[in-house]
Write a protein of this length. Structure first.
Length: 325
């Protein structure tokens, strides 16, 4: 009896996990393999974000764009190569995603701190996103770990899965639903726009054409920065996505309730029609604590999209290229 109990314990505890392709993500994944991993990432993110707060925004966005194309597998970090087209030049990413050099630095530092290639690029993105949120005043949350890195990318999925800033609510809901994310997840995760900046080219149509859904004074001030004609030097001009782009607060939702959403897609979440979505926006506008709490939970769901685990994929030595084999 004792023998069989021990025998089955051994099988399930040691042999099965090692042979299983599919394993669950866990918060303590690196605790034994590299206890320095999480503190190392946190210090590096805190240091850079302290000097350059926008980098925190850029890291949060990188994790989102990684997860929406092929799952959270580091695919967004792969450079184009002679044999593979990466995701970096997909429409939502090209000339817009930032933070790749910092991710490289974190990865190189971890390869030393962990005495080898231990921490996946996909996990670095998940941890760096959380550390950025915390560094800018959001609430902390436990990040699930154990993702492995993909050996390919999908520009097509980046183009089709990541919503464009000109989408309507129905389209956004369906792109989130495709990843098992709810309407509430859409509202909460869009709250990431409490951080960071957007370029004139994503704002023009809203500020010049959407007169019925934008506060007129707000539109006027944006027009001063973004001229009507596209293609000028102001195309790349940046405007903050809320009034406090370096503070993780409820300002984003407050702006939506005042018809001061920056992107068309932001204002789609509040139309003043008393819908379920409207009521969620109102709730988070009034309760920053509820937003911060809910955001962490929604980030865990975002970070759980189709991870590679166990023996799937690989741990990339360099986040920009697949390992040589
Ligand atoms: C729901 C649909 C979404 C759309 C249409 C959208 C679109 C955009 C656009 C157009 C920009 C500005 C890019 C530029 O001008 O270069 C932006 C910035 C940003 N987005 Fe989103 N986004 C969405 C959801 C999200 C989500 C879910 C997150 C994260 C959880 C996120 C995080 C960010 C951040 C932090 C920035 C600022 C980045 C920076 O300053 O570098 N967005 N987004
Ligand atoms: C990406 O952006 C650069 C710089 O704006 C541009 O020259 C290039 O054509 C774009 N690539 C794609 C695939 O859109
Ligand atoms: C949303 O956009 C889709 C695709 O462009 C369109 O078919 C649909 O009618 C739009 N829905 C609403 C409610 O405007
Ligand atoms: C979404 O959830 C359903 C039911 O819980 C599950 O069967 C399905 O695999 C999930 N899809 C994704 C993309 O995670
Ligand atoms: C406003 O809408 C018109 C008609 O759809 C379009 O041609 C024009 O480019 C838009 N203006 C801006 C500034 O986007």
């Amino acid at each position: 009896m004792l023998f069989w109990t021990l025998y089955f314990t051994l099988i399930t505890a040691i042999i099965l996990p090692a042979t299983q392709a599919h394993r669950k993500l866990t918060p303590d994944y690196y605790d034994d393999m590299c206890p320095q991993a999480l503190p190392t990432i946190r210090v590096m993110v805190e240091t850079v974000v302290g000097i350059q707060p926008r980098m925190g925004a850029s890291l949060v966005r990188l994790h989102f764009h990684d997860c929406f194309a092929k799952g959270c597998d580091g695919s967004v970090l792969l450079d184009d190569s002679p044999t593979m087209v990466g995701e970096k030049t997909a429409a939502p990413n090209n000339n817009s995603l930032r933070g790749f050099e910092l991710v490289d630095e974190i990865k190189a530092t971890l390869n030393v701190a962990c005495f080898g290639n231990v921490v996946s690029c996909a996990d670095i993105l998940a941890i760096a996103a959380r550390d950025s949120v915390v560094a800018l005043g959001g609430s902390s949350y436990e990040v699930l770990l154990g993702r492995r890195d993909s050996t390919c990318a999908s520009k097509a999925e980046a183009n089709s899965n990541i919503p464009s800033p000109f989408s309507n609510l129905t389209e956004m809901l369906s792109k989130f639903q495709a990843h098992n994310l709810s309407a509430e997840d859409l509202v909460l995760l869009s709250g990431a726009h409490t951080l960071g900046f957007a370029k004139c080219k994503t704002l023009r149509n809203r500020i010049y054409n959407e007169t019925s859904t934008i506060d007129p004074d707000f539109a006027r001030s944006l027009k001063a920065k973004c001229h009507r004609a596209a293609g000028g030097s102001d195309d790349e001009e940046l405007s903050p996505l809320d009034e406090t782009p370096a503070a993780f607060d409820a300002g984003y939702y407050q702006m939506l309730t005042q018809r001061k959403g920056m992107l068309h897609t932001d204002q789609e979440l509040f139309k003043g029609d008393g819908s379920e979505i409207d009521r969620l926006v109102k709730r988070y506008a009034e309760d920053a604590g509820a937003f911060k709490e809910g955001f962490g939970e929604a980030m865990v769901r975002l970070g759980s999209i189709k991870p590679l685990t166990g023996r799937e994929g690989e741990v990339r030595e360099n986040c920009r290229v697949v390992n040589r084999r």
